[in-house]
Design a protein around this ligand. Structure first.
Ligand SMILES: Cc1cc2nc3c(=O)[nH]c(=O)nc-3n(C[C@H](O)[C@H](O)[C@H](O)COP(=O)(O)OP(=O)(O)OC[C@H]3O[C@@H](n4cnc5c(N)ncnc54)[C@H](O)[C@@H]3O)c2cc1C
Length: 415
């Protein structure tokens, strides 16, 4: 069989890992220039690998397979260096959060760190590119596909027996084109996570960081919205992400270089109903509005000003890890809907009851932090066109995306 896979990220790596020993001819089309490109894959920052049934995606992935895939990634680092821990397996901590209305998320995690990921990706590429049935085509963005009888044609006019689309979140424009062409593949499109990135001195959350490194909790706020923590980075760094027409914040941490601050996101899940059908448009416009106020930079505000809706003009004890030329001191309240702001404040104030110091007035709040849920796509419509990883709407993490590719390859091989 001649198979085309579009994108070379976590999902395709899972797919190839399962498929590599078969006699199928596999062509990988990746838009980035080469394997060293900073735009290749979502596997560039942080590299936290989770083993959990409660987070990472909406697929049923056995814990044993998740751990197997974690071991695969760690092995590719080539040196056995990683940090590890468990979240909320300690009942005492579980109960402390539970009593205040939080739903703690149980998981094991393994942290490779941003500094190691380039090497990991390169080692994987080196192995796959040495195999005779696998062909890499870099600088090959695919912009359209067409189902022609029992084949799928790419925009290079080549026909394939199967096409696996795995373009992650950065491929959203391509997915939009496919949906326009084949609207029947969409199952669901109503959710977006909008929030802020919090940054505070390590010592405030030291006990929690020592206990579990990554604390993930969910909470139903007084507004009715579900709010959650996401991507905790002890001694980490806040960074900006560039989506082409807007900039957002994110966070990461490294294995070797450490800061004195911890950062994590507080995200509100906004789920709207009919006639709403454009969560990406809604999130993008909020991000653009924030950028417009910040002169294309992200907004930084102290917690007390965020809560009191005043523009921040000076910082006090907490020094941002994001470089000064990437943020503007401002007021997030001018860009965000009130219900989202109220949900975040309610969450932070309640979290402060469990972790005193979270709401110190001079702690830092950055915006916009937005996580797009891609449309959930139906893989049962076409026999020869499948979607895996984050672009399919079923995954939101390295391990779930890898597992999705791995399981899809297993299905195709009949295993
Ligand atoms: C900054 C950041 C930090 C993250 N940290 C973590 C973490 O610590 N732990 C975790 O579990 N998850 C993390 N994630 C999420 C994780 O990276 C993704 O869930 C995962 O990479 C999804 O895998 P994927 O294969 O679906 O997409 P990706 O890994 O994003 O790969 C998609 C590939 O498709 C290519 N592509 C896009 N469009 C086209 C096109 N039209 N034609 C050809 N190629 C195309 C892209 O260049 C890219 O290489 C992070 C994400 C980001 C952005």
């Amino acid at each position: 069989m001649k198979i085309a896979v579009i994108g070379f990220g976590a999902a395709v790596i899972g797919f190839i890992e399962k498929m590599k020993k078969s006699d199928n001819e596999i062509h990988i089309f990746e838009k980035s220039k080469d394997i060293y490109s900073s735009s290749i894959s979502g596997i560039r920052a942080d590299g936290k690998l989770f083993v959990s049934k409660d987070m990472g995606g909406d697929l049923d992935v056995e814990l044993a397979l998740q751990k197997e895939l974690v071991d695969f990634w760690i092995k590719k680092a080539g040196n056995g260096n990683y940090e590890t821990g468990s979240s909320f397996t300690n009942l005492e901590y579980y109960k402390k959060f539970y009593e205040k209305g939080f739903q703690p998320v149980i998981s094991d995690f393994y942290h490779l760190g941003t500094d190691q990921l380039k090497k990991v990706l390169f080692n994987i590429y080196e192995e796959y590119s040495s195999l005779s049935n696998i062909h890499f085509h870099f600088e090959s963005p695919v912009s359209s596909i067409e189902i022609v009888g029992d084949k799928v044609k790419l925009d290079n006019n080549e026909k394939y027996d199967k096409v696996i689309v795995a373009v992650g979140r950065s491929g959203h424009k391509f997915i939009k084109t496919i949906i326009k062409q084949y609207p029947q593949i969409v199952l669901d499109s109503t959710k977006v996570d909008i929030g802020v990135r919090f940054e505070l001195p390590d010592h405030i959350v030291k006990d929690l960081n020592d206990e579990m490194y990554e604390f993930k909790v969910r909470y139903k706020s007084k507004t009715g919205y579900m709010v959650r923590t996401f991507c905790n980075n002890p001694s980490g760094y806040v960074v900006t992400e560039h989506y082409g027409d807007f900039n957002t914040v994110n966070g990461h941490s490294k294995i070797k270089t450490k800061s004195k601050n911890t950062n994590f996101a507080i995200l509100t899940t906004v789920q709207l109903t009919e006639p709403f059908n454009d969560p990406i448009g809604y999130g993008s416009n909020i991000a653009k509005m924030s950028n417009m106020l910040g002169g294309d930079r992200v907004i930084l505000q102290t917690y007390s000003h965020f809560k009191g809706s005043k523009r921040t003009k000076n910082l006090y004890r907490v020094h941002p890890t994001l470089p000064e030329n990437e943020y503007i001191l401002g007021d997030i309240n001018l860009a965000y809907p009130r219900r989202i702001i109220e949900s975040i404040i309610d969450f932070a104030e309640n979290l402060n009851k469990v972790v005193p110091g979270i709401t110190h007035p001079d702690n830092l709040v950055y915006a916009p932090e937005i996580k797009f849920y891609t449309n959930t796509l139906n893989n049962d419509i076409f026999k020869n066109l499948k979607f895996i990883g984050d672009c399919s709407g079923y995954t939101r993490s390295i391990i779930y995306a890898t597992a999705h590719g791995y399981l899809m390859a297993g299905n195709i091989l009949g295993k």
